[in-house]
Ligand binder design. Structure first.
Ligand code: SF4
Length: 244
């Protein structure tokens, strides 16, 4: 296929997604998940870090027994509470959530790049422990599901229910993009969905333990992520960048 044909095909595919994005904007998260299964079947995966939104999607997938592959990026640095939640969710819904590990163990990374790389170069650390493993997983599928919401960060404000993911060259499905934090918590409580107990101890957004701190009342819900640095995202969402 020549460049013109590739560009034409890409344009048609983007137009197709734009039509579905408009259609799904009015639908429920469950309907967006079901649509994704219909469209992409086993070429679909869901990446979760077990945030409240991820737990909502696991609940919907688990209760409807949707045939969706689920994985988490196991950096080796997450909180014990997060590992426990992972096990509780698997037991509750009778499903398996794959752990995807980076090439280097925490000790291996320290040996090659020095101790506590996250304190000196968090972008590089996230790149090796999250972005590279994620890219390898996404290279095997046509679409991935994420649990992002528009009001989480300015970078996520323009996200659609379904959109091309320029960074990874596949389709991104964001079933909860329209939901508010209040809706997420209402769902968790109404359906008695397991969630991370750290949320009740001042941690609204939870990533790796070394890069997550509690937030004070009135602070942004992601203020505890990479506190004291300009970093606000792992590099998993948003435009393609050379370093992340
Ligand atoms: S969140 Fe922190 S510890 Fe985890 S991969 Fe990123 S920089 Fe490394």
């Amino acid at each position: 296929m020549d460049n013109t044909a590739v560009a034409t095909e890409l344009e048609a595919s983007h137009a197709h997604l734009a039509r579905w994005a408009a259609e799904l904007e009015e639908r429920s998260p469950l309907e967006a998940l079901e649509w994704a299964v219909e469209q992409y079947a086993d070429r679909l995966t869901f990446a979760t870090a077990f945030g409240p939104e991820g737990c909502v999607l696991i609940d919907l997938i688990g209760r409807r027994r949707l045939p969706i592959d689920i994985f988490t990026l196991d950096t080796g640095l997450v909180f014990p509470e997060t590992y426990e939640l992972w096990q509780r969710l698997e037991a509750r819904y009778g499903l398996r959530i794959r752990g995807v590990e980076p090439e280097l163990s925490v000790e291996g990374q320290a040996a090659v790049h020095g101790e506590k790389l996250w304190e000196r170069q968090p972008e590089q650390c996230c790149h090796m422990r999250k972005v590279v493993p994620l890219r390898a997983e996404l290279a095997r599928v046509d679409a991935w599901i994420t649990a992002i919401r528009r009001d989480q960060t300015p970078q996520r404000a323009g996200a659609l229910v379904v959109e091309p993911d320029e960074k990874f060259g596949i389709v991104k499905v964001n079933p909860l993009v329209r939901w508010t934090k209040k809706q997420v918590w209402a769902h968790l409580l109404e359906h008695d969905v397991p969630y991370n107990p750290l949320h009740d101890r001042g941690y609204p957004s939870i990533g790796c333990a070394p890069c997550t701190s509690a937030v004070k009342p009135g602070e942004d819900e992601r203020a505890g992520r990479w506190r004291g640095t300009a970093k606000t995202e792992c590099g998993l969402h948003g435009p393609a960048r050379a370093s992340a």
